[in-house]
Design a protein around this ligand. Structure first.
Ligand SMILES: Cc1cc2nc3c(=O)[nH]c(=O)nc-3n(C[C@H](O)[C@H](O)[C@H](O)COP(=O)(O)OP(=O)(O)OC[C@H]3O[C@@H](n4cnc5c(N)ncnc54)[C@H](O)[C@@H]3O)c2cc1C
Length: 437
């Protein structure tokens, strides 16, 4: 089949890879001049989720949310009016540790498929994308550490390696942690990994281009006709400014295929809405700082996670990436319209985490600040599969865990679109279906 993939973030690139591997002719359309420039660019580095992660683990059980939401880390400003919104109410309906673990359990087959698909790609092409092994979750308070007990039993049950460390063991495992920093303990995941997502996406592009996959870069899709599997593109070298309907029709280029896969991250919503597909997704804005390491001896060798504030500190070569500090955006809010004060606060929190955990390690003044949006579904699962239009497919809304999860969703989508029985059971596919809402 001829398939158009819209978006060359990690979801679009892995989708193109898996579709090409399944024997399809693929054309990738991306509005930037290179791949992985949006959410995939500023990712926090952690490759696959574990139950210790904010959105999956019980570390943020309901009782700890107020501090997380509006207190110390100012990730999301929850107002009375927001609580009146059905999406937020549904979001707040997943409070208990048990429910979070049930959520993770439901996602586990996809996580396993993602891990397998990534391993196959890595092995086949011998990619090097700054992979680093060992993730250390840090807890300031004993009560925080206690709260993750159900997640640890889950890890034991699934034979996922972990070690519970006392404070002094944390300092020995990661000598870069300043001893004056109050610390109750940590959990070391010795086999979990961090890696550079855009570097991986660029290597995928090279392989795909050599294999004949077509890339239309610097091109924006303005609209989709799902019945004819047709897309309209802005003219090359012209930028989309404002409402797409302002483009004179005769200037738009048309491309037709057998199927379209929308993997355009936050850009998917207007495209799908235009095609009559309305999905109840929300945008979450995340912030990151990447700065050169200034003091090599104090730089961490493990990936560090401030679990309660959910800020990750990942080393990429001679740089450190600190990411987190979430803000909820209105569904169609553009970055320029997001609250600058909240953005500033969020960036200050990210910078604050470095001062706490890794004082003096990076040259903050030479750092680059970045914020990006990721899509989140009401139930926290990605959307993978055909929409109500059989020729219009989606691979999106991976939320905070899209880095390697995209490899699994891409494989599942390619299998389904090709009519092959894939690795995921029908129940998991159903849980991911975009028609489930
Ligand atoms: C600060 C931050 C930290 C994160 N940390 C982690 C982490 O530690 N681990 C993890 O697994 N995940 C993490 N994530 C989430 C992860 O980065 C995302 O889930 C993932 O990158 C989403 O990939 P995507 O391809 O769906 O979206 P994107 O990377 O946003 O890609 C979408 C692409 O579509 C293009 N596009 C949009 N509209 C159009 C159009 N009309 N025409 C043509 N092209 C279009 C965009 O230009 C873009 O390149 C983090 C995210 C952020 C922002």
């Amino acid at each position: 089949m001829d398939i158009i993939v819209i978006g060359a973030g990690i979801a679009g690139m892995t989708t193109a890879y898996c579709l090409h591997a399944a024997g399809h002719r693929v054309c990738v359309i991306e509005r930037h001049t290179t791949v992985a420039q949006k959410a995939s660019f500023g990712h926090g580095g952690v490759v696959l989720p574990t139950p210790l992660d904010t959105w999956f683990g019980p570390a943020l059980s309901f009782s700890s949310w107020p501090a997380w939401l509006g207190g110390e880390s100012t990730r999301m400003r929850v107002t009375k009016s927001m609580l009146g919104c059905s999406w937020v109410r549904r979001f707040f309906k997943q409070p208990s540790a048990e429910q979070r673990l049930a959520h993770y359990t439901r996602l586990k087959p996809l996580i396993d498929l993602s891990s397998m698909t990534l391993a196959e790609i890595e092995a086949r092409h011998a990619f090097e994308f700054e992979q680093r092994t060992g993730v250390l979750h840090l807890f300031r308070q004993a009560s925080e550490l206690k709260r993750v007990a159900p997640a640890l039993s889950f890890l034991t049950q699934h034979e996922h390696s972990y070690q519970v460390l006392k404070a002094d063991e944390c300092y020995s495992a990661e000598p870069s942690i300043p001893p004056q920093q109050p610390l109750a303990g940590g959990i070391l995941l010795p086999d979990d990994r961090s890696a550079n997502c855009p570097l991986f996406a660029k290597q995928l592009k090279q392989v795909l281009e050599e294999a004949g996959v077509r890339f239309l870069l610097g091109r924006t899709v303005v609209s989709i006709d799902p019945t004819r599997a047709q897309v309209e593109l802005e003219p090359p070298h012209r930028r989309f400014e404002g409402d797409s309907s302002t483009w004179p029709m005769h200037e738009l280029e048309t491309l037709t295929a057998d199927a379209i896969v929308v993997a355009a991250g936050a850009g998917s919503l207007p495209l799908l809405a235009h095609a009559g597909v309305h999905l109840p997704l929300q945008l979450m804005q995340l912030h990151a700082i990447t700065a050169p390491i200034a003091y090599e001896e104090r730089a961490p060798h493990l990936t560090m996670v401030d679990t309660v504030r959910h800020i990750t500190m990942v080393r990429f070569n001679n740089r450190l990436r600190i990411a987190g500090a979430m803000i909820r955006n209105h569904r169609h809010q553009t970055p320029s319209r997001s609250d600058p004060k909240l953005r500033q606060q969020a960036l200050a929190k990210v910078a604050h985490a470095v001062h706490d955990w890794l004082p003096g390690v990076i040259k903050l003044s030479a750092g680059s600040y970045w914020d990006g949006k990721r899509l989140l579904s009401p139930d926290g699962f990605p959307l993978v599969g055909a929409t109500a239009h059989p020729r219009l497919w989606v691979n999106l809304a991976h939320g905070p865990v899209g880095w390697a999860l995209a490899c699994g969703t891409a494989k599942a989508l390619a299998d389904k679109l090709t009519g092959r029985a894939g690795e995921l059971d029908a129940e998991t596919m159903m849980a991911l279906s975009p028609t489930r809402f």
